[in-house]
Design a protein around this ligand. Structure first.
Ligand SMILES: [Zn+2]
Ligand SMILES: [Zn+2]
Length: 222
C-alpha cells in the first residue's frame, strides 16, 4: 500500500495553511502598526500646535520685528476678541500655516525623503488653524462631519478650547485634539517651557512671571 501520496499532500496542505496564517498575521500587524503611527502623527501635530501657540503667546511683543506683526499681535488680538477671527476669510486665516506645511513637504520631496508619514504630519499640522477656527464658530454653522468629529472627541470643540481663553491664558495651548491638553497641563509642561526659554528669549507680555528670579522681559538680543 502506498501512503506517501496522501501524507505528502497532507503536509503540503498544512504548510500552505500555515503560510496563509503568517500572511494574515503580518497583514494585521501591518494595519495595527500603521494605525498606531497615524494616531501618533496626529498627536505630534497637536503637540506642535501647542508648542507654537505657547511661543506666540509668550515670546516677544506686538512690536517685535517680523515676529510681532506675524504672530504676537494677531494672538494678542485673538485673546481680547476671540470671535474676530471668523470675520477674516478662512483662506487668509490658514494661508501662513498651510504654506509652511506645503513648504516642509516640498523640502522632504526635494531631498527624496517624502513619505506618507511626512504627508500625514503636514496635513494635520497644516489644518490646525482651521480646527482652531472651527472651535470658535457657532455649532450650527459647522459642517456636519466636523460636528461629528467634535462629538467623538477626535477634534477639539468650543467648550474645551474655551479653557484657554479664560485669563490668564496659560493652559490648553494645543488646538487640535482634547487629548494632550489635560496631560500637558497636569505635568506643568508649559511652566517648564517658561522656565527654560523665558530667561533666554524674554517674555514682555508675561506679567505673571515678574516675581520669578529668572524672569526676563527682554531677550538676549535686547
Ligand atoms: Zn493663546
Ligand atoms: Zn482660540
Amino acid at each position: 500500500m502506498n501512503v506517501e501520496g496522501p501524507t505528502r499532500f497532507g503536509e503540503e496542505g498544512l504548510s500552505l495553511e500555515f503560510g496563509v496564517r503568517i500572511l494574515e498575521m503580518t497583514f494585521l500587524l501591518e494595519i495595527a502598526y500603521t494605525s498606531v503611527v497615524f494616531v501618533a502623527l496626529y498627536l505630534l501635530a497637536d503637540f506642535v500646535s501647542g508648542l507654537f501657540h505657547w511661543a506666540e503667546d509668550t515670546l516677544g511683543a506686538d512690536d517685535t520685528p517680523i515676529w510681532g506683526p506675524l504672530f504676537a499681535a494677531p494672538n494678542s488680538r485673538h485673546h481680547s476678541d476671540p470671535s474676530a477671527m471668523l470675520k477674516i476669510h478662512w483662506l487668509r486665516n490658514n494661508s501662513l500655516l498651510v504654506g509652511a506645511c506645503v513648504g516642509l513637504a516640498m523640502v522632504f520631496w526635494v531631498f527624496g525623503a517624502l513619505t506618507w508619514h511626512v504627508v500625514v504630519f503636514a496635513f494635520f499640522t497644516g489644518t490646525a488653524q482651521q480646527v482652531h477656527r472651527f472651535s470658535h464658530a457657532p455649532s450650527a454653522r459647522l459642517p456636519r462631519f466636523v460636528r461629528l468629529l467634535q462629538r467623538m472627541h477626535v477634534l477639539q470643540d468650543a467648550r474645551h478650547h474655551w479653557g484657554h481663553h479664560r485669563a490668564p491664558h496659560l493652559t490648553r495651548y494645543c488646538v487640535v485634539t482634547p487629548w494632550l491638553n489635560p496631560v500637558l497641563d497636569r505635568i506643568k509642561f508649559w511652566r517648564v517651557m517658561d522656565r527654560l526659554f523665558v530667561p533666554i528669549f524674554g517674555a514682555p507680555r508675561r506679567s505673571d512671571l515678574c516675581e520669578k528670579p529668572w524672569y526676563r522681559a527682554q531677550g538676549f538680543w535686547a
